[in-house]
Design a protein around this ligand. Structure first.
Ligand code: FAD
Length: 407
């Protein structure tokens, strides 16, 4: 009987983390089988960044990640930095640019990144199989994966099956279920980097402004440790979106209010008082239209202060101006919920990192099984951080596989 396993490692999931792990291990001479359930590798890469893939962020730091153990991501991120990925991108002559805040995007298309990863996998002799359904999985000293395309054996298993977001694009609970089967705990999961919906009276207000955006800063008062995000807020047919809202959604929980500073960086009362003295005839709406599109100023002021919106500044007393300033500086709003996994960019929570090695991503109790990428309880902020985690954790596991083979 041939006891030699056919592969050193079987990787489940040809997304960002799985392909990075496969190319790293393959190029070091390991025999790698990469199994993907869908008909294409890297579907989320293809749809990311509006089709241009925000593939990393120059300012990547552990503070850009949410995890029950904020230290867990540090080792992998420090050993595979944005510059390592940029070097790879440059080697493939892929044109890119910094959009803002260190966010790097492809000039042409996300396809460039997927093709690059596939070329690198091919260079490492990785065997990629698509449309594979895993039927059974035996985890022991050896790994046996039974699929509709045959049964495969390996020394190691890497789980890179991603999170629950966008089920149509491959979002699946496979990795969580497997982790549970192996006795690992799963930290509570929820949709993150996701738009808010409102089903109360705000819905019609926001729907009427759908497509307009203003710069805000937003926080969650109930979550004192959550950061404040300053960026654009977009009105939608169902509620609020845009980068500021997506970012804060990762910290928001059902029932919490958002506190939105509608004119960040502006001393509103001082500006209103000064305007009252040098342009006393302008209305509140006219004054706010210097900062926002007129349509937004009109709708929000009429909503909040129906009797004052078109009054001149001189007709408003100091107490009234103070109330306007208070509202603009901290509008408290309670979303009804989020759009959920249907549109969320990521899944927060997941495989508890206390069961994993931060150096190798291997399970402490089952050292030949590794969890990488989004399935792990490490979630990046918006801006290329989630891909950087996928590259870094995939690379860490890929390197560890070789070390484990040597020892
Ligand atoms: C619309 C959208 C835009 C995004 N834009 C960005 C961005 O610009 N920048 C950024 O940093 N992040 C972005 N993200 C987040 C980013 O895509 C993910 O964090 C990242 O893809 C996670 O990588 P992963 O390899 O862990 O999982 P995935 O990329 O989701 O890959 C998991 C793979 O596993 C496969 N799979 C699942 N179950 C099985 C199974 N049982 N057997 C075999 N295969 C299986 C899936 O089909 C999939 O191909 C975006 C996400 C979305 C949804």
């Amino acid at each position: 009987m041939n006891t030699e396993p056919a592969f050193d490692v079987i990787i489940l999931g040809a997304g960002a983390a799985g392909m990075m792990c496969a190319l790293t291990a393959g190029q070091q001479g390991l025999r790698v089988l990469l199994l993907e359930k869908s008909n294409k590798p890297g579907k989320k890469i293809l749809m990311s960044g509006g089709g241009r893939c925000n593939f990393t962020n120059l300012h990547t730091a552990p503070e850009n990640f949410i995890s029950a153990n904020p230290h867990f991501c540090k080792s992998a991120l420090s050993r595979y930095t944005p510059w390592h990925f940029i070097e790879l991108v440059a080697r493939h002559d892929i044109p890119y640019h910094e959009k803002e805040l260190g966010q790097l995007f492809c000039d042409r298309s996300s396809k460039d990144i997927v093709n690059m990863l596939l070329d690198e996998c091919a260079a490492g002799g990785v065997e990629l199989r698509l449309n594979v359904a895993v039927v059974d999985l035996v985890v022991g000293a050896q790994i046996k994966v039974t699929t509709d395309q045959g049964t495969f054996h390996a020394d190691h298993l890497v789980v890179a099956t991603g999170g629950l977001s966008i089920p149509k694009m491959g979002g699946s609970d496979f990795g969580y279920q497997l982790a549970e089967r192996l006795g690992l705990s799963i930290l509570p999961k929820r949709a993150a980097l996701v738009p808010f919906i409102f089903t109360d009276q705000h819905k019609a207000l926001f729907a009427a402004l759908s497509g307009s955006a203003i710069a805000v800063s937003v926080s969650v008062p109930d979550q004192s440790t959550a950061p404040t995000f300053q960026h654009q807020m977009l009105f939608t047919h169902r509620g609020l979106s845009g980068p500021a809202m997506l970012q804060i959604s990762s910290y928001w929980q059902q029932g919490h209010a958002l506190c939105i500073d509608l004119l960040p960086g502006i001393e509103v009362l001082a500006e209103l008082t000064a305007s009252k003295s040098h342009a006393p005839n302008q209305t509140l709406v006219q004054w706010l239209s210097h900062h926002w599109p007129k349509k937004v100023a009109e709708a929000l002021l009429t909503w909040q202060f129906p009797d004052w919106a078109v009054r001149s500044l001189q007709a408003l007393n100091q107490q009234q101006l103070q109330l306007v300033a208070n509202w603009l500086g901290g509008w408290l709003l309670k979303p009804s919920g989020t759009e959920g996994y249907r549109t969320a960019e990521v899944t927060l929570g997941g495989v508890d990192t206390t069961a994993l090695s931060s150096k190798t991503m291997a399970c402490q109790t089952q050292p030949n099984v590794y969890f990488i990428g989004e399935v792990v309880d490490v979630t990046g902020h918006l801006g290329g951080f989630n891909f950087q985690w996928a590259w870094a954790s995939g690379h860490a596991a890929g390197q560890a596989l070789l070390e484990s083979k040597r020892s």
